[in-house]
Design a protein around this ligand. Sequence first.
Ligand SMILES: [Zn+2]
Ligand SMILES: [Zn+2]
Length: 362
Amino acid sequence: MQDIRKIGVVHNDMHEPTDPFEMRKQESVIEIHEQYADGLYRIEDSDYIQVVFRFHRSEGYKLRTPTYSGDVKGVFASRSPHRPSAIGVTTARLLQRDGTRLRVKGLDAIHGTPVLDIKPYTPTFDEAEQRQVAREHAKASPRFEIMHLVRTGALEELLLRAGQLHGHFCPGLALGVMAAAYVVREMGWAPEGMEHVVAVVETNNCFADGVQYVTGCTFGNNALVFRDLGKTAFTLAGRNGEGVRIAARPRERRQDEFSQLFKTVVRDRGGSKEDEARFKELSREHSFEILEHDIEELFTVECVAVELPAYAPIHDSVICDICHQPVMATRIAGRGNRQLCLSCAHAPYYELTGAGIARKER
Ligand SMILES: [Zn+2]
Ligand SMILES: [Zn+2]
């Protein structure tokens, strides 16, 4: 049996392992040892190469390991550097060959990494198969792409996507996206909508949609708590009670076309079709401009202790004796020996509207 040999070494500016997606943005040079130079003959025919290398800084391994997306997988189902054979394989773009030096982009290996082998990359999947792989991946980790955008600080892309939920682009949404991306990244959590991580929002306006989209803590998955305090602020908290609260700093009152139109179109719900269109345009412009600011300029950030509500209780359904619709057991009003939903019983209930939370008397 032949030995595994070191055929070259990686040179780049990355001296410590970091986010693999960040690393892939960098260029590296692979320097092949002189005695293997002839093995590079016609490597330029390939635009992409597979680089096999040793994770030389990796020590020890676990057979189950947390993955980049935050869930736990077996080491052979992950790309963790901590593996029984500490070997990495990455497809990189071959930018240039200069003798025994290969300039590449997309290699997630740090400076000094020993290279064991190089092969040309020939895709075996056709496009349809690749799309299928991507779909399977999205089914297993639906928030993977969002978390990737958060980790790489791709705020504009996050805002574009949050707009799909929110319906328009506005400064409030942009602030929510920015605040949430900052906190999620700082805390290093990957919320999966299972109430392990909870967002406490202090407003139910546009800001809250940015927070929901980016944190994944939403109205529907019970990981969103609404405290009706009327502040552009939210706290991201873990079950251990540790949290980070981020709150908008006061902003200078604008006296411009945008603020005039805001009064006319939004506050007074008036104005012409042209006013509305112009307002939308300015609002969109401002929202993307906001992303250019430093986080400290716009927000204060503090660590806080948070008392989280218990995990949402799960109740059986009861069938209402009048409308025959299933109703959560805690939302049943007894009337004599009948079990009625609050609507049929004409009983009071709580309602969350644009105005906040209010009890509806019947
Ligand atoms: Zn909005
Ligand atoms: Zn009913």
